[in-house]
Design a protein around this ligand. Sequence first.
Ligand code: ADP
Ligand code: GN1
Ligand code: MG
Length: 366
Amino acid sequence: MTVEQICRLFNIPGALVEEKKLSAGNINATYTALFREESGAETRYIVQRINGYVFKEPTQIMSNIEAVTAHIRAKLEAEGKDPSRLVLQFLHTDEGKNFWQDEAGNVWRIYYFIPNSVAVDATDDRNILRNAGAAFGAFQKNLLDFDASRLFETIPDFHNTPKRLDTLFAHVEQDPCGRVAEAQPLIDYIAEKRELAGSLIHQVEAGTLPLRVTHNDTKCNNVLFDGTTGEELAVIDLDTIMPGLMAYDFGDAVRFAANTAAEDEPDVSKVSLDLERFRAFAEGFVGALGDTMTEAELDSLSVGAFAITIELASRFLDDYLTGDKYFAVSRPKHNLERTACQIALARDMERKLEQMKKIVRTIAKS
Ligand code: ADP
Ligand code: GN1
Ligand code: MG
């Protein structure tokens, strides 16, 4: 189906005057569509096709998103804020659904494009990083009183690091594509760090770290900022909202935003953890959540960055070893390069772990 045909199913008025494909994410297909009505009024929409390989139950995702966005919207309104640029708003079909499944089985959804907003892939701008931290912190804070039993677990064990590593090592044994040999040094490092990488999940099992309603995919480009002021607006990419660890939301953001190189940089000598970027993000995040965190949560944040970096390395590597089916790749060794990049970052985080913890403690006291 065409983007225009999908838009008609959601009763969008006017004529389609511009359509573009965006190429930011690794999972879904995202388009923008601009419609002009006879009055001259123009409205831009985001039209997205959900990746059915990754998300086996798209109706459950859309149910989670409906519930969470309604909760946040009500909260913002109660605080006297205009929610239109602060939370995503999805369109509905005549049947009242916030998605449409086409004959080929593809699931589509449409929501309003937030005007004068920007998503930032990588930045050294402390103000933007602090605002990103504040946005993800506020997102969790707004969901503190959300009943997690209303959520479907849309990707079971999504951030269960020990299970991710078990899966990786099972595939290392099987070596289905004959790719293990070239990845051996990376595999060895992951094996060596198995315990530390799994330590937070073990704390959850032991009852010393709480589960929260978390975003679970906190890359910097999943926050929209005001195009003029750089102020944080909405948190987007809501597919992975599930119960999870505060430290993993913090850590995944740090993994992406405090790396001096891109997530898939092939030259690992460019990769390192920038402590000033780390500090800026932590100021925003801890500032927003501060007194709602337990002591154990505060202590877990820096280890969370290390753990999620090892976890993502193992996911990239698992995808490489099993034939590149999950993450979109643009070159043959893309997933192997992503793995090497994440391992280089994890090694640097390990070296800087005590400094990271000290920065978090200083922020929490101030
Ligand atoms: P993916 O799952 O592929 O990462 P996202 O939902 O994060 O998809 O959207 C991809 C990109 O589209 C974002 O990084 C952002 O640039 C843009 N985008 C998404 N939603 C909006 C919106 N409501 N308003 C403006 N831009 C948006
Ligand atoms: C995927 O959709 P996107 O690009 O925001 C992935 C994340 C990874 C990320 C790495 C559902 O996120 O878990 O951290 O790639 N999302 C899913 O870039 O697997
Ligand atoms: Mg995204």
